[in-house]
Design a protein around this ligand. Structure first.
Ligand code: A2P
Length: 338
């Protein structure tokens, strides 16, 4: 059986560790596996498939012989090191926003636009933003039915999207709050994240939207190859460890009933329909965390607008929102016979 040599850059982080887990769980045919992180982690080891890998420092890591390099160590790290990984012959699957806007870098969700993987002149493929991935997986079947005209989305994003330090900050500040101690915000979040929701993810831009919101607005159009889709997003950080939820209002060019939408979504790749309100069954972070599918439910007709539906979506941001999507891209490379 053909194998691929894999490097995970950011292997000590929340997404990097999940990448290693997903590679092992899916039985990806790895040859050599390299766990790469910063100099700080030189003496660390990380778990992979029942064994331990010694962490290799990125500055001196040689990508020769690596077939696929999964990067999730921050945008500046990708900008500095992904091009040299590609020059050494590895295909880079980059989980940061460093290259997503570049016209010569495909932005891929395997359930939606797998064919875009083939067109990668720089040897770099971008993994979309976590909130974008789960939204387009859920909306692709509706888009195929009657083209999307407009999306209005509000997100409820867990702290793991901001990394392991953010998860530590939620745990620490929650305990402090429950113990009646003063909650000191930071260093990751600008305000208390325990028992609070922050309507800011990433930095603000001139138009009043945040960079995270801009990512959803731009990336949706790029993945669907449709610059005419209008998107408005509000991204909110909530005190949840793992799993992002989204309230999505979608307007199509033609009619669609909630029943039709349910039928389309029930058989859609990567989607699990969880839509039985009478039984109190609907997507939640507690249902999606640790699992692969994008859960979709609360599907109803928007009475305020023609051809529009409201949906509620939840998915594991570390898995489908990051690590799983990257490994699925690696599986396309494997099938390509790279
Ligand atoms: P390290 O643990 O050595 O700092 P998270 O988003 O969960 O905080 O994880 C970030 C990941 O990115 C970690 O694996 C971290 O490694 C890695 N990382 C951060 N900065 C660098 C860097 N300059 N070079 C290599 N890896 C980095």
């Amino acid at each position: 059986m053909r194998t691929m040599n894999v490097a995970v850059v950011g292997a000590t982080g929340a997404v990097g560790r999940t990448m290693l887990d997903v590679l092992a769980q899916r039985g990806f045919p790895v040859g050599a596996v390299h766990a790469v992180a910063s100099e700080r982690s030189r003496d660390k080891r990380v778990a992979f498939a029942g064994r331990e890998l010694a962490v290799e420092p990125l500055p001196t890591f040689d990508f020769s012989g690596v077939d696929v390099a999964l990067f999730s160590a921050g945008g500046s790290t990708s900008l500095a090191h992904a091009p040299r990984a590609a020059a050494a012959g590895a295909v880079v699957v980059d989980n940061t926003s460093a290259f997503r806007r570049d016209a010569d870098v495909p932005l891929v969700v395997p359930e939606v636009n797998p064919g875009d993987v083939a067109d990668r002149p720089r040897g770099i493929i971008a993994n979309p933003n976590c909130s974008t991935i789960q939204m387009v997986v859920a909306l692709a079947p509706l888009h195929a039915h009657a083209r999307i005209r407009r999306i209005v989305v509000a997100t409820y994003q867990s702290v793991s999207g901001a990394g392991t330090r953010a998860m530590d900050e939620l745990r620490r500040t929650s305990i402090d709050a429950l113990d009646g101690k003063a909650v000191v915000a930071g260093p990751v979040f600008p305000h208390p994240i325990a028992f609070n929701c922050l309507p800011q993810i990433d930095v603000f831009e001139d138009d009043g939207y945040t960079k995270e919101e801009h990512k959803m607005m731009f990336e949706t159009r790029k993945i669907f190859h449709d610059p005419s889709i209008r998107v408005s997003a509000t991204c909110v950080r909530v005190p949840v460890l793992v799993g992002h939820a989204e309230a999505v209002n979608v307007e199509l060019e033609g009619p669609i009933s909630p029943e039709e939408a349910r039928a389309l979504l029930a058989g859609a790749p990567g989607v699990e329909l969880v839509d039985a309100p009478a039984e109190r069954r609907y997507p939640m972070q507690s249902l999606c965390a640790g699992r692969d599918p994008v859960l979709v439910g609360r599907i109803r007709r928007d009475p305020s607008r023609e051809n529009a539906l409201d949906l509620w979506i939840a998915a594991d941001n570390l898995r489908k929102g990051a690590a799983l999507n990257a490994v699925q891209i690696a599986e396309i490379l494997l099938a390509e016979g790279r």
